[in-house]
Design a protein around this ligand. Structure first.
Ligand SMILES: [Zn+2]
Length: 429
């Protein structure tokens, strides 16, 4: 993916927002159609059938006809792709798109270029033997820093070039969020080559140190500054006190959103740079296996059984999510395919990386690790990272009940337990 900030004129922005509205409308219709499907009923229409229905709907509705047909059809295409990738994408079933939150549309290039096979030979039609023509996006370079792209109904729209070379793609997606337009060209970049030297690196992700590397480096994801956090609180307070539905309330929330968008930008930037660095300098990259969804589950509970320490857990969840653990792992995997491993996490923080002894009391505090057995002293996160690099989580906990024929003594309270995040008394900071 290559994504750039887009700078449309006011008139162009207005047109593009309309495109967003049409794309959202068509997408939501498709979601409706598929939500209607039940066992026993006829299956929901596929992409080709939906396109026919769209043509029919455009004939009947003047509002739909006023919109761009390509943009509407690409929304269906997006939906079909999301639907077929629902088990692998991590996003699940395609869901409703909302105004202000999911503003975007896809554009298919209008330029025709000859298609070729991966080995470079021209792609020919099997029946006619003629050259197959594919689509390409029309992009023009203006100068060193600026380029422009053709958007249907809007003419040339400028975007800021922030990487070398003009993007070559069949389609691109335009999105609008927090008052900013972005353009993302559908390009799959080549994976980063492994370095000649064979270095294995382990990464322990934490809240205090975002990524502790087994070679002793400590990398931190930039957060909001104290001043910016104070600004967020100020605007949230003002928004809370503004009358319901007032312009002031919306304006204050927009200010909060803008600061938070800045935080997300910094996090993304850091994750991209760090994952590229890891992919370039290490042959094998090992992450400890984390289930972030379960880790950041709310402690709220139900009305009948309210949870304990809900506020603290919410704060911990926020700081976990602010670290970008998942993004760092995903992007590293994408840039270095086949060179990233997940090491099971149990005991990585309690195992001594020098002698292998697993003991709860070895971890003196959040930062300090002193082995009870051999006296090895180290930073706790670095110790865990070394364990991860060695691919060592430690032995699995003995099972309480033995399997068929096996005899395993119940261990009762083992001292070798990971600190549980939801309980009190865990040194979190
Ligand atoms: Zn030891």
């Amino acid at each position: 993916m290559s994504r750039f900030r887009m700078y449309p004129t006011a008139a162009q922005a207005e047109r593009m927002l309309l495109h967003c509205a049409y794309a959202r409308y068509v997408w939501n219709l498709a979601v409706e159609q598929h939500a209607h499907r039940r066992p026993g009923r006829r299956s929901a229409p596929g992409f080709a059938e939906q396109c026919r229905q769209l043509t029919e709907a455009r004939r009947e509705s003047a509002w739909l006809r006023a919109g761009n047909a390509d943009v509407q059809q690409q929304a269906l295409q997006d939906f079909a792709r999301a639907k077929s990738a629902r088990f692998a994408s991590g996003f699940g079933e395609p869901t409703w798109r909302r105004k202000h939150r999911h503003e975007g549309f896809r554009v298919i290039g209008t330029d025709r270029v000859p298609e070729s096979h991966p080995d470079g030979s021209p792609k020919l039609n099997t029946k006619t033997g003629r050259q197959v023509m594919g689509r390409s996006v029309v992009v023009q370079r203006l100068n060193r820093r600026w380029a422009r792209v053709k958007v249907p109904g809007c003419g040339w729209v400028r975007f800021r070039l922030t990487r070398a070379g003009l993007p070559v793609a069949k389609t691109f997606r335009v999105s609008f969020r927090n008052g900013r337009w972005h353009i993302a060209f559908a390009v799959i970049p080549d994976p980063v080559d492994a370095p000649g030297t064979g270095e294995v690196i382990g990464i322990d992700r934490g809240v205090k140190i975002t990524a502790a590397l087994s070679d002793g480096r400590r990398l931190n994801c930039p957060q909001l500054t104290t001043r910016e956090r104070a600004q967020v609180r100020k605007h949230q307070r003002r928004a809370a006190r503004a009358p319901r539905g007032s312009e002031a309330k919306a304006a204050e929330y927009a200010k909060v959103a803008r600061i938070k968008a800045r935080e997300a930008d910094r996090r993304k930037d850091w994750c991209e740079k760090t994952s590229t660095m890891l992919a370039r300098t290490c042959r094998l990259i090992r992450f400890e296996k984390l289930n972030i969804t379960t880790m950041t589950r709310s402690a709220r509970g139900t009305v009948e059984q309210p949870g304990r320490n809900v506020r603290q857990k919410a704060g911990l969840n926020r700081s976990i999510l602010a670290q970008g653990w998942g993004l760092l792992r995903r992007r590293t995997g994408e840039k270095a395919p086949g060179r990233v491993e997940d090491v099971p996490a149990p005991y990585t923080s309690l195992r001594c990386s020098a002698c292998g002894w697993i003991e709860k009391n070895s971890r003196k505090s959040q930062a300090e690790f002193v082995c009870i057995s051999c006296g090895f002293t180290c930073n706790a996160d670095e110790n865990a990272a070394v364990n991860v690099a060695a691919g060592q989580g430690g032995i699995p906990r003995p099972r309480r009940t033995a399997g068929a024929g096996g005899v395993t003594a119940a261990t009762g309270r083992s001292s070798a337990r990971e600190p549980r995040p939801a309980r009190v008394g865990i040194p979190l900071l």
